[in-house]
Structure formats: C-alpha cells, structure tokens
Write a protein that binds this ligand. Structure first.
Ligand code: PHB
Length: 574
C-alpha cells in the first residue's frame, strides 16, 4: 500500500523532540508498529528499516521483542501483526467504556431503524470509530473500529469542531492545507473534495442545531446524520451517526426520518454515561491476555535481542484495561495515578513513570482535565493496528496456527464450524491427500460422522443438540459408522467430558481424525480443529498420545486470538 506515512505526528504532538526521560526503545518499537499498521499488518524487514529510518539492528531487536510478546510474527522476510496486538486497543476501548455502555443502545437503534449506526470519538482533528452496528447495503465502504476520518469528512467531525478554539482551527487548517487529498487517512477514499470549504459553516450549524449531516462528504452515495453524546459539563464525548445510502434516502430525508429516534437514543446514552455507582461491567478481557508470558521469563531466557523497556512500556497501555481490576473512573473512563499504573504492571514507579512520559509525548496517554495526576489512554492507541486486525476473518486468524501445527505433526489440519446439520470447513492446511474427495474451505460433511462434527455437537446446548440429532438420519457411510442414536449420544457426552473426539474410518475407509473444540470468550464452542491421517499409520492410542497435546496447544492459541479479536468486534467467517 502506498499510503504516505501516517506517522507524521509520531515525533510527538507537534513534532517536538522527546523529553529527556523518554524511553527510546519504546518510541522506536511504536514507530515499527505504526508502520506495520499502515501497511495493513505486513511488511518486509527491509521495508521497515527504510520506512522508520531506524538501524537494521534496531528493527531486528524490535521484531524479536514483539514476537516474544506475541504482538507480531515473522513469516519469511515479513513481519506480520497478530491479533494479540488488539489487546492494546481493547485496553483503550474498555477504559473509555463507550462500547460497553453505549454499544447496546447503538445496536438497538440500528435494529429499530434498519440502518447502520456508528459511534465515533474526537481524535485531535480527526474522528475515530469505536463502535459499529453495520447494516450495509449498496455501499462500497465500511469503516472498521479504529479507523480515522478527517474531521471535515463525515457527520461527526462538525459536532466536535463546534467546540474548537482558535488553536484547534489553526492546526486543522495547517493539516488540511498540507494534505488536501487526505492521503494521510487511509480509511477514506483519497481525492479532492469540497468538504474542507464548508467545514467551518457546518461546525457553526452543528453548534446551532445540535445535529450534523453528511451529504456524500466521504464518497458518492453515502449520507449520514449525527448527534453528540455529551458529558455532564456539556462537552461532546462521542457522536452517534446513522448512515444510509442515496438509493434509500437523501441527506434531508434521512434526517427527517431518523432525527427523533436518534435524539431519544442520544438521551438514553447520555444517561448511561452519567457517573453512577452500578454500571454494566466492562467486557472481561480474554483469558489468554494476562499476564504476558515474557514477564515470567528470566533475562537469560529472553536473550539479548529482547528489549525489556519496549515490552514494559507496552504493558503500561494494558494497565488501563478496566477489566484489569484497576479502574479509577471519573466521567466513566479509567484514569489512573502513577502508583496504580506501577501496581497493575508490577513495574517500579520510576520505570512506569518514564513509560507514561513517553506515551504522553506520543499522544497515546493524556492527563485527565480535572486532575493532572491522573493518566488516561487516548483513542490514538487504536492506530496501533486495531482497524486492520479487527477486519481479519476466522480463516486468517486460524491459518497461521494450523500451518505451525502441520509443521510439527506432518499431518493435515483443519478448522470447521457447524452449518445447519453439517460441518463446514473454514480453514485447512493439507499435507498428503488421503481422502477420496478433495477437502477445501467450504467443504461440508454430515456432523454425526466426523470428529469435528461430534466436538461441535457435544458443545451445543442440550435442546439444540437433540434437535439436530432428531432430524439427522444416521446413515452408514462406511462399515464403521455409528448409526445408533443412543450410542452417538453416549459418544457426545463423553466428548463433552473429555474435550476431544477420535473418529476412526466412520466417514471414509482408511481415514482417522482427532478433533478438539475452540471456545469463544463466553465459553461457547464456536469451532473445532482436527488433525486427520491415514488409519494405517499406527494405533488410535498412538494418535491420541502424539497428536492430542499439540492439537490442544493449537486450539488454545486460536482461542486466545479469537477472544482478543472478538471482545469488541465480530469476527467475520471470511
Ligand atoms: C460510518 O459509520 O460509516 C459513517 C459515519 C458518519 C459518516 C459517514 C459514515 O458521516
């Protein structure tokens, strides 16, 4: 991708030199992460060296360190961002509490109107999405959580700019003049628009009217109307947009159709933000997200390539995750004094302080306006790969883990989900072909005769399982297929207890498969992974002993990824 460097502001708020206490390795590590994010999550090491202007040895050490913390992996010459990195963005989303508190209200509004609804927050002179309830028809463009718009493009920006002072406007004019085609905003279509010309008027109108419209400011056909949700002091915390298409609505007819219900929703959201005692708890963090495994390793184990100050600096961001049990909370967001950051991360006070100074210099952390001793995360944290990673499909998340498994066991590995009464393959890494049919992504088999199917059936709530079994005719596909409903019921009960299933030659002669479940963050079985092999290769016991442990490790890694990636977004099947 040829997007010009969105790292323009990386040197600090206004390109200022870092303060003397700043942690250099943390600055450099974040620069590498930003370049990877700007390149859609993958870049060759040579390219990263060029883009960051860092020494090759520095980039190598950053990559080693971030591989160890699980935030990227190396594939050939490329460094690739991993879903685990989303725990940084998750920390921001949980600390600002907007998706947790307002997301369900936005979803209900989208259902009621049958239009897309999004929530966005101000991010300097831009607008960043923190929630999406998408009903997209006839639209080429969908913003992801974490995407950044220039304030003048789209409905929310005018609501935020209505509060800007001279300094904000000066900064905006400077940016708009320097980048008139919005090349620094990879999420929006580039090219000259007249969005800038009318922006000051639209901001003034938004202040007057309390709403703001987008009449195709982003792309032809896209229309939206937005209102701000304000804190108790009247400052806009976020904007809620209803988004439609000119095939259904003009900007005006959309406003007339939705404004009353948008107003009601915004009122309910304003109430939801009021600092009261009992609130909906934040979505709990993924089981696999804490604490990072490197924190338990010795310096020697980590090796000379591991840059501890970079890894430590990034854990400071995760300390703000409200589910980490440290939330302070004024106006609803997690705001922490230095002492609590140190406590939550296990870092020495001086170390935590220097990390905070660095992160504040880079605009990832700011002081609470009501108390300068309190620190909080900014939405800019989402620029660290969140938008790209939130778009990964289940296949993209799973495939690298299956490749790794196949490299260890030298047999084919797959993932499948339940689709009706069948299983359907969503990912597959084959070795030699041992099936008479060629399995590809999308292939279906009857669930009752496959190991992955039995794992998936075993994970269903009782009535659902019974429903499928009552509908299914248990046909003998080989001489070995279990065709007794009672026996199959016993097998499923045992599968639920044991957490795995081995099926020998029931789907096809000569084929053995062993499968384990993959759980989402609520503990529901959402997929199964298997290893399949020729039944002539050793006994079933041999398969159990040798394949089950690596298969379980792989499932655990996939689970950790989908739990982080699924916390604030929906993972597409792909
Ligand atoms: C969106 O959520 O996709 C969106 C929001 C506001 C706009 C346009 C699109 O003005």
């Amino acid at each position: 991708m040829s997007s010009p460097s969105p790292t323009a502001g990386a040197a600090g708020a206004a390109g200022a030199a870092p303060p003397p206490e700043a942690v250099g390795p943390l600055i450099r590590g974040l620069a590498v992460l930003r370049e990877l994010a700007a390149a859609d999550g993958r870049r060759s090491v040579g390219n990263l060296v060029r883009a960051t202007r860092l020494a090759r040895s520095t980039v190598d050490r950053v990559i080693s360190t971030l591989s160890r913390t699980g935030y990227l992996r190396v594939e050939g010459r490329d460094a690739v961002l991993t879903p685990r990195l989303m725990e940084l963005g998750n920390a921001y989303l949980s600390s600002c509490r907007l998706p947790d508190l307002l997301g369900p209200l936005a979803d209900a509004l989208a259902d009621g109107l049958d239009e897309s609804v999004s929530i966005a927050v101000p991010d300097r002179d831009g607008v960043r999405f923190v929630h999406q309830a998408t009903r997209r028809r006839a639209m080429s463009l969908t913003f992801r959580i974490g995407d950044l718009l220039p304030a003048e493009r789209g409905a929310p920006g005018a609501l935020f700019a209505a509060q800007w002072g001279d300094e904000d406007w000066r900064r905006w004019r400077e940016r708009h003049a320097a980048d008139p085609l919005d090349a620094g905003f990879p999420a929006v279509p580039h090219g000259r628009t007249d969005a800038g010309a009318s922006f000051e008027e639209r901001a003034a109108a938004a202040r007057e009217q309390g709403w703001s419209a987008d009449d195709q400011l982003i792309e032809p056909g896209l229309v939206a109307v937005a209102m701000a949700v304000r804190d108790t002091g009247g400052a806009p915390v976020c904007a809620v947009s209803v988004v439609s298409h000119t095939s259904r609505h003009s900007a005006r007819s959309l406003r007339e159709a939705v404004l009353p219900r948008l107003r009601d929703a915004v009122e309910a959201m304003t109430d939801a933000l009021k600092p009261v005692g009992q609130r909906r708890p934040a979505a709990p963090p993924a089981a696999g997200s804490a604490p990072a495994s490197w924190t338990r390793a010795s310096k020697q184990e980590l090796g000379p390539e591991f840059v501890e100050s970079l890894a430590r600096g990034l854990t400071v961001l995760t300390a703000f995750d409200t589910a980490a049990g440290t939330q302070g909370g004024h106006g609803g967001s997690a705001e922490l004094p230095l002492t609590e950051v140190a406590e939550a991360t296990g870092l020495a006070r001086a170390t935590a302080r220097r990390a905070l100074i660095t992160l504040e210099h880079l605009d990832y952390v700011e002081r609470a306006p009501h108390d300068a001793r309190l620190h909080r995360l900014t939405p800019r944290v989402l620029e660290l790969g969140f938008a790209h990673l939130s778009g990964l499909t289940l296949l993209q998340i799973t495939q690298p883990h299956l490749v790794e498994l196949v490299g260890r066991v030298h047999d084919s590995a797959s993932m499948a989900v339940l689709s009706g009464d069948d299983i359907q393959y969503v990912a597959r890494v084959p070795t030699v072909r041992i099936m008479s049919v060629n399995i590809t992504v999308g292939t279906r088999f009857p669930a009752y005769a496959t190991a992955m199917g039995r794992v998936l059936l075993a994970g269903l709530p009782g009535p659902e399982r019974a429903g499928i079994l009552a509908r299914t005719e248990l046909q003998p596909l080989t001489l070995h297929t279990v065709t007794s409903a009672a026996r199959l019921g016993d097998i499923l009960d045992r599968a639920a207890r044991d957490g795995y299933v081995l099926v020998d030659e029931e789907l096809e002669e000569g084929l053995r498969s062993i499968a384990v479940p993959v759980h989402d963050r609520t503990g529901r079985v959402v997929a199964a992974v298997n290893v399949s092999l020729h039944a002539g290769r050793g006994t079933p016991e041999h398969a159990r002993e040798n394949l089950l442990p690596p298969l379980r490790e792989t499932a655990a890694r996939i689970e950790a990824d989908i739990q982080v990636a699924g916390r604030y977004g929906r993972i597409a099947m792909g």
